[in-house]
Design a protein around this ligand. Sequence first.
Ligand code: IPE
Ligand code: IPE
Ligand code: MG
Ligand code: MG
Ligand code: MG
Length: 358
Amino acid sequence: MTNSAFKVHLQEMRTVIEAALVETLDRSEWPNALKSAVEYSLMAGGKRLRPVLVLLANEVCGGRQEDAIPAACAIEMVHTYSLIHDDLPSMDDDDFRRGRLTSHKVFGEALAILAGDCLLTLAFETIATQITGAGEINGLQIAEQLRILASAAGGSGMVGGQVLDLEAERGAFVNLENAEMHIQHAEKHGCESGAAAVQKAVDSADFPNVHGETSTSIPDFRQNNSNRTTASRVVLLSQIHRMKTGALIAGALELGAATSSADADSRNRLQHFGHCIGLAFQIADDLLDVTGDQTKLGKKSGRDADLGKLTYPGLLGIESSRAKAEQLVQEACDAVADFGDRSRWLRELARFMVERDH
Ligand code: IPE
Ligand code: IPE
Ligand code: MG
Ligand code: MG
Ligand code: MG
């Protein structure tokens, strides 16, 4: 298989997804200002990686692509809403996104917030109202897709991660008990990205020998910040990244499996793949913020340093961060190796997600 074959397949999937998004917007009956704001951000040409992951996971499990389209559109809507809100002055305060001025710069803060709200609710409506000609999707399957999306997007997933990301800004976890509480909450509610992920990060020696330190146990988040080791900060950072970004990416894989009749083993393999590339993707994003070209990125670089964000390159340097991302991609590819040739596109995409320049 050639790299250009992968690019062609990727483009085909993007075309299908964008057509479905346009169709959904065309059917909407909203005030003009809201429609303009939603369309401005949703149709601004993002990479569409999350919906592509939904389609690929569906394909690997032998599903029908048409059954995966509503969930694919829904996850792109949630992702786009998360970007609009992430850019707000009260969050990352960014002026550019997807090669354009950010939503609040063009439409004002109130409409940007409401466009995000509209996309979030539209996502659930898109899944809930799907109808297939063959009638093969039943109410229980729709409920399962809604549950997966809600759990990936909410307090144990993306939104919770965004809270932790903001609290970690400027190197000071002002409220470490709060961070620990969020993580324990995630654990209590069975979120894979909770303490299990922290333990996993530790078990896989997330960063052994970082500045001569080896992490062998779950760090005590109540430690005074200045006493916290680099290794324990990395475990905390990996948890933030797994929640704010990894949860939606892992959710995309889960949705793809749920739109086919995947068995438990296939679901587990895809979930493992999703958790690995979810973290790897945000490490790549952190790296691009340092090394990337803002014209290609479509957003301003250097913002993480401006804001004092806790990031992988900030903690570990560029080379160690790259090595970690590559190690995670390898782990992701190994997790889906048993699918054989059927998982070739997924493996290609995993590589693209960390080797990209935009
Ligand atoms: C950017 O995501 C935000 C992160 C979670 C790192 P993408 O890099 O997938 O953004 P788009 O969708 O291509 O614009
Ligand atoms: C964003 O992370 C994660 C989201 C949930 C949107 P970043 O704040 O690093 O994303 P960019 O760099 O602004 O795209
Ligand atoms: Mg952010
Ligand atoms: Mg941001
Ligand atoms: Mg970033």
